[in-house]
Design a binder for this molecule. Structure first.
Ligand SMILES: Nc1ncnc2c1ncn2[C@@H]1O[C@H](COP(=O)(O)OP(=O)(O)OP(=O)(O)O)[C@@H](O)[C@H]1O
Length: 735
């Protein structure tokens, strides 16, 4: 069953709509899916008329003047019956099921069939009430608006809702132009399209455009290259259209078009302000106005009396600015619009064209946003790099080899000498003497200072793990290799790699390392791609590599390769008063980092430090001082003086290779037996033996707790493990 709505003014009808249920007419509101009687003030709702199989309903949507049915204001939906007449502020609507003599052939569900101009009614006569009386810019165009394309199908897909309002008569009564007679139906232009071919062609060119825009490398504030691609694409798809693209600030009038496409013999014309206003507000939809030939309200300075525009598409462009963050909420400061027109004689733009144009514009806006985002990311990356550079400099300043002894002065001199060259360096010295610190000092004094400094302890890992840590591995190279991982060589690319405890590396890996040091590329574990790196290697060991070479446990060629320059880092017991200097430095450091009050060492405490043999070297000293600062009483006002007892170095360790005047102290938790000779003289044992005995005593005192023992000894737990393994191996050999 079809239902008809006839609008009357006095005794004359003005418009006739066929309302095939379900459908609805909104009075005073423009929106897709609805027949638009009037398009001014698009955001204001007034009354909605809906119909089902048998009845009509009218509903007040909150207009200021209200909606009246037979002089009673309606509150909610009001049911209307066949033949009912409805007065809505100045004109009358009649509802009928009998309109056979106006049987329009349009396919739509809510279709305007005819319009009567015979009485020469004026626009004002058809106003829906005082609400609109002052609305000078009210338009009577047949407008279809379109939300973002991402919500729409392309490829010629028809949106059922957009079928309403297709009758497309440009103007209402009182305007110039040829009126249509009742019964004349408009073009079913939701099926027409100006596009050159079917939807798949436009999909393809939109994809090509998106791809080309994605590859643009223009600066973030230059949207022109992307705009050119947009115009080219649209011109290719809409061969009978003129196109203009505008960029503007939100508070400015429409400027000159930034890009224009016009066919030969045709002239592009700016859009009328009255239409532009309809899309220049946040969240505005694109619009398509059809059948507008001769509408004098579309005249602009440009038209010079010839108003031959047939159809218009206007799309608001939400463009980002460089300063804007990437959360685009549609209220960007800058903006733009795309304007597409066809002129009389050419086919009108249809809804498929509108959908295609809106999609193209969205791709364009997204490409512009990507340009801005990319620039923001580049800026962030640049800032991060600057921060890293600054921090590295600060770090370099903190890599200070403290000490005034001759032995440390020698080391400092050698650091300055080798830093400038790229030569391999071998650092030798006991555990905890500061070999890693020396390696860092070389790196930060070298031309590689801005590049990474990476350290790897070769003793801490099994052979396979060490290979993977050094050279990286490919995904699936071994069980657990779930991702590709770059090794330390790649991580140190351009910088310095310190290989600590190089003497613990097995022979296979030594061979692979040698090849890399000789400038050959390497492959990640499980991979076949050759990786080239430029890395300076600094190796360190506490072992006698030459003896290992002779024993066949270290490759001679690798030894020569690593040992280009050798720096011996002296043990702490050979640095004289540097012990006190370092201890004072550590006191100040820990007081600061722990937020404690001022502290200093007493003369007796300093003396005690000088007398101790320091088998754990600087690391042990650091730990001793840290413990003293932690244990210092909290309720001290003013300066706290750290006395000798607080250092917990109670017992003398005789037999140190550098005997001290009063004998060196041992750690308080150490066992009672001391390795002294019969008369308190230095026993004839090697330093290695002394170290072993000391370790055993500490282990005894902790009940075999290795972690605690390592802490007391001032060495890494892995170092202790290694030493114990070696002792066990030596014991089994001698058995
Ligand atoms: N001259 C020094 N000035 C200041 N701190 C130092 C000095 N020498 C060593 N240290 C500190 O002593 C600790 C141990 O130093 P480092 O790790 O460099 O020794 P190492 O010889 O590499 O030890 P290992 O052989 O066990 O790896 C670190 O905290 C380091 O900062």
């Amino acid at each position: 069953m079809d239902a008809y709505l006839v609008l009357h003014r006095g005794s004359r009808w003005t418009d006739v709509y066929r309302l095939a249920p379900p459908s609805e007419v909104v009075l005073g509101r423009s929106s897709e899916n609805q027949v638009v009687l009037r398009s001014g003030r698009a955001s204001r709702r007034h009354a909605r008329l809906a119909c089902d199989e048998t009845s009509w309903f009218i509903e007040d949507l909150g207009s200021r003047n209200g909606v009246f049915v037979n002089d009673s204001r309606i509150a909610q939906a009001t049911r209307l019956s066949e033949g009912d007449r409805l007065q809505v502020a100045g004109f009358e609507m009649r509802f009928t099921h009998d309109l056979t003599h106006w049987s329009g052939s349009g396919p739509s569900s809510s279709e305007r069939l005819g319009q009567n101009h015979e009485d020469d009614a004026t626009q004002d006569d058809l106003m829906l009430g005082d609400d609109f009386a002052s609305e000078a810019d009210a338009e009577w165009l047949d407008i279809v608006s379109r939300s973002p394309a991402s919500t729409l199908g392309m490829s010629g897909q028809r949106n059922s809702g957009t079928e309403t309002g297709e009758s497309g008569k440009t103007k209402r009564a009182g305007q110039t132009g040829q009126p249509r007679s009742p019964g004349e139906t408009s073009r079913p232009d939701s099926r027409t399209s100006l596009q050159r071919s079917d939807g798949s062609s436009s999909d393809l060119s939109l994809l090509q455009m998106a791809f080309a825009m994605g590859r643009l490398e223009s600066p973030a504030d230059d949207f022109d290259p992307a705009a050119e691609l947009l115009i080219q694409t649209l011109a290719g798809q809409l061969p009978a259209a003129e196109i203009g693209l505008y960029f503007f600030d939100s508070d400015r009038e429409l400027p000159m078009p930034r890009h224009v496409h016009q066919r030969e013999g045709h002239r592009y014309r700016r859009p009328p302000e009255s239409l532009v206003r309809q899309i220049r507000f946040p969240g505005a939809s694109a619009l398509l106005a059809r059948n507008v030939v001769g509408d004098r309200r579309l005249a602009t300075e440009d038209t010079r009396g010839e108003i031959d525009v047939e159809s218009i598409v206007l799309v608001p462009l939400s463009l980002p600015t460089s300063e804007q963050d990437d959360s685009d909420n549609g209220s960007s400061r800058a903006g733009g619009l795309l304007h597409v027109i066809t002129t009389a004689g050419d086919p009108s733009l249809g809804e498929r064209d509108l959908a295609m144009i809106v999609t193209a514009c969205e791709i364009f806006c997204e490409a512009c946003r990507s340009l801005v985002r990319r620039q923001q990311l580049e800026q962030t990356l640049h800032q991060s790099r600057e921060t890293i550079r600054r921090l590295r400099k600060q770090l370099a300043g903190r890599v200070e080899i403290l000490g005034r002894s001759d032995k440390i002065a020698d080391v400092q001199y050698q650091i300055a000498q080798v830093a400038r060259s790229g030569a391999a360096v071998l650092l030798r010295g006991e555990s905890g003497t500061g070999k890693e610190l020396v390696a860092s000092a070389i790196h930060f004094a070298s031309p590689r200072a801005d590049e990474p400094m990476v350290c790897l302890n070769c003793a801490a890992l099994s052979k396979d793990l060490l290979e993977s840590e050094l050279f990286g591995h490919e995904k699936g190279a071994f069980t657990g290799a779930t991702e590709q991982k770059k090794g330390k060589f790649e991580a140190a690319s351009g910088g310095t790699l310190m290989l600590d405890e190089i003497g613990e590396m097995n022979l296979d890996l030594q061979a692979k390392l040698l090849r890399v040091l000789e400038g050959h590329p390497f492959e990640r574990v499980g991979g076949h791609t050759a990786v080239h790196v430029d890395v300076r290697v600094i190796a360190a060991t506490h072992r006698d590599l030459q003896a290992m070479v002779q024993a066949g446990t270290f490759r001679q060629d690798l030894f020569y390769r690593l040992n280009v320059i050798e720096i011996i880092v002296p043990p702490l017991r050979e640095r004289g008063r540097d012990v006190v200097l370092l201890a004072e430095h550590f006191v100040n450091t820990f007081v600061q980092t722990m937020g404690r009050g001022p502290m200093k060492l007493t003369r007796e405490a300093s003396q005690k430090l000088l007398e101790y043999s320091w088998p754990g070297n600087v690391r042990e000293l650091r730990n001793v001082i840290e413990r003293a600062v932690v244990m210092a009483p909290l309720d001290v006002r003013g300066l706290h003086e750290i006395g000798p007892d607080e250092l917990m170095l109670t017992r003398a360790v005789h037999g140190s290779p550098t005997p001290s005047p009063t004998g060196a102290g041992s750690i308080s938790m150490a066992a009672t037996s001391s390795p002294t000779g019969p008369n308190g003289s230095t026993p004839a044992i090697s330093l290695a033996e002394l170290e072993r005995k000391h370790i055993e005593r500490v282990l005894n005192s902790t009940g075999g707790n290795k972690s605690q023992s390592a802490t007391i000894l001032g060495i890494e737990r892995s170092t202790l493990d290694r030493k114990l393994k070696r002792y066990a191996a030596e014991d089994s050999k001698s058995d």
